[in-house]
Design a protein. Structure first.
Lengths: 353, 288
């Protein structure tokens, strides 16, 4: 009797301890940001379990909006999409910096992201993975494409593809000598820029083969040679470069567009402990290198590039010299309501004949 | 006592369908309607009004896409009927036993994989570096590669292919129930093939035709994958617009209004279709 009572206590104690420590982390992230091997290492080290859902910026915000910030414990939207989503929908909760090992982050990126994701005095985002979008070009067939507007050259009719999304508007605006980020705060000036870009893209429509939607679609188009120049992400270009040395990512003369994907805590997340554990775990240099090797993009971890494969480093250096890095246009936070203007412009381009 | 038990049984049997209707159909639509009549005036500020519906009618792009989607869905339905009827007639009337089962099975096999896989299959066939283009070049019928993807014809092919089973199944069922002796009698009385078809087979198959058409029309109108993947830069589809409003524009209010308009459109077209064919909904649904 006594013996069984003791063992019962032991069982209760163990269960109780597990209830406190081991949690399920529901992670809403991008493909490649949570590789299987990293998850296995994390689960072995902390006892937490991880459930991954892959998504993109817009779907992340839509998913969290649908549940008022519930259903996930950690999400990874880009830093420019945090304050406006917080202002409109209130789907995040502030980061408790005392629980984050700040030494693991490159200080300049940590402070820049903090500044960009501050809403009403609270910081909502930590930097994780960064990269750019620019041009992916088959240099053997369209070597003359070095800027966004070069995609509209009539000699490339039917051989060009880009997305009908906001990065395209912004890239073309820079290429046309305009400065859309400077006009973010001024609705009238921004509308003026959008109108100029709209005229350009409407004219360009005859050149375009199709507007691509998914990363796999554009990779197929480039790999098959049906498209020789496109606007796309750097990683896509580097992946294709591994298969076909002619295809690579080109940083446009007007500047590649730089994004930083972050860590944010959804407002009604239930496993904050696991979330902070995950953040501190994946920002360790060797883990960050593993993520870079699968995702293809570099991280904000100190020394995170040390363990990255030599091939990827070579491709990165081939696309970016120091001047190109200095010329990257980093997305500032999108003011709430700006997407409505851009949406109307994109609709008109889509409808134009 | 006995009537109490049977009444209990009645309610128990009714409960699942009531739950289904209320929880999965009526409640979401009420929610959708409430969202669709709220207009956004600032961050987290909304007021009630029909502004979203006004936006739809004020912007030519929206209602043109709406009309385009409806017309193309009707065309896809007609095409599916024209292609599906001979198939169904052959299976139901001209084959017996094993052959019949085999043919029926062959119609169904493509549906064992998901719609996404079927659509990707068509992309592999139709693209410029794809199977069909290479085959035509091999035969010497064309000189260079031909692009057959990214246009409205590709969407049509995809829509017909994805929905033809839903036309063939009800048609086979109704044609099966037609007694062969009636057809024979038609010929005995001196009717031509066309007359027999017009006077005997088609009137008998009408419930199957109407219910097949309703299902195919609904599937085409509400299809998202096929038009997005196979369509080109001018090929807009209304469901794609609803997705855009909800996901990329964060404009749930306008998206909900679009959803409601699509519901109204499909109900209207089905109603008109039933009126034109002179049938009632209960008759159609009851017999097929």
């Amino acid at each position: 009797m006594k013996h069984s009572l003791v063992s019962l206590f032991a069982v209760v104690a163990v269960l109780g301890a597990q209830g406190v420590q081991a949690e399920t982390l529901r992670l809403l992230t991008w493909g490649g940001y949570a590789p299987e091997e990293v998850i296995a290492m994390f689960e072995a080290e902390t006892g937490h379990t991880v459930e991954v859902t892959t998504s993109n910026n817009e779907e992340m915000i839509a998913k969290l909006r649908a549940t008022n910030g519930g259903g996930f414990d950690l999400a990874q939207p880009s830093q420019d999409r945090i304050t406006s989503a917080q202002e409109e929908f209130g789907i995040y909760k502030p980061i408790d910096m005392s629980r984050v090992t700040a030494d693991l982050f490159i200080p300049s990126m940590l402070s820049a992201t903090a500044a960009n994701t501050t809403y009403e005095g609270e910081v909502y985002g930590l930097p994780h993975v960064w990269g750019t979008s620019g041009l992916v070009v088959n240099t053997a067939m369209a070597g003359e494409v070095t800027d966004y507007t070069d995609l509209c050259d009539p000699s490339l009719t039917g051989k060009v593809s880009y997305r009908l999304k906001r990065p395209t508007l912004i890239g073309f605006a820079y290429s046309m000598g305009l400065d859309p980020f400077a006009a973010y705060g001024d609705t009238d000036a921004y509308q003026g820029i959008l109108d100029e870009v709209e005229a350009m893209l409407t004219e360009c429509k005859a050149i375009v083969r199709t507007y691509w939607d998914g990363g796999d679609e554009i990779k197929n188009l480039l790999r098959s040679g049906e498209v020789v120049a496109s606007m796309a992400w750097d990683t896509g270009g580097w992946q294709l470069n591994a298969d076909n040395p002619d295809i690579t990512f080109v940083a446009p003369e007007a500047g590649a567009l730089g994004w930083i994907d972050t860590f944010v805590l959804p407002a009604r997340g239930r496993a904050d402990d696991a979330a902070y554990d995950w953040i501190n775990f994946v920002m360790q240099p060797e883990i960050a290198a593993m993520i870079t090797n699968t995702a293809g993009n570099f991280t904000a971890a100190v020394d995170g590039d040390a363990g990255v494969s030599a091939d990827l480093k070579a491709r990165y250096q081939g696309s970016f010299d120091q001047a190109a890095i200095d010329n990257i246009k980093w997305y500032p936070p999108v003011p709430a309501g700006l997407e409505a203007l851009e949406g109307a412009t994109l609709d008109r381009i889509n409808a134009a004949n | 006592m006995a009537s109490d038990t049977s009444r209990l049984g009645f309610y128990l049997l009714l409960a699942p369908i009531l739950l289904w209707l209320v929880v999965l159909i009526i409640l979401p639509h009420i929610g959708l309607f409430v969202v669709s009549i709220s207009e956004k005036i600032g961050p987290r500020e909304y007021e009630t009004g029909f502004g979203n519906y006004a936006t739809f009618f004020g912007e030519p792009l929206y209602w043109r896409t709406f009309a385009r989607t409806a017309i193309m869905s009707i065309a896809a339905t007609a095409l599916t009927l024209i292609l599906g009827f001979p198939i169904a007639y052959y299976i139901a009337k001209l084959t017996r036993g094993r052959t019949k089962t085999t043919l029926f099975l062959m119609c169904m096999i493509p549906f064992w994989v998901s719609e996404l896989v079927r659509t990707f299959g068509w992309m592999i066939l139709l693209r410029e570096t794809g199977v069909l283009s290479n085959f035509l070049q091999y035969l010497g019928l064309v000189n260079g590669p031909v692009e057959m993807l990214y246009n409205d014809a590709a969407i049509m092919v995809g829509l017909v292919y994805t929905s033809i089973l839903f036309m063939v199944v009800p048609l086979v069922t109704t044609l099966d129930s037609l007694d062969d002796s009636l057809i024979e009698a038609g010929y005995d009385l001196g009717g031509s093939s066309a007359a027999v078809m017009r006077e005997i087979v088609i009137p008998h198959a009408m419930p199957g035709i109407v219910s097949g058409c309703i299902v195919v029309f609904m599937l085409s109108l509400g299809n998202y994958l096929t038009p997005i993947l196979l369509g080109g830069k001018d090929s807009l589809w209304f469901t794609g617009m609803i997705y855009t409003q909800f996901i990329t524009r964060f404009n749930w209010e306008l998206g909900s209004a679009f959803g409601f308009l699509l519901l109204a459109l499909s109900s209207l077209v089905v109603f008109l279709g039933l009126k034109l064919s002179g049938r009632s909904l209960s008759e159609t649904m009851g017999r097929s």
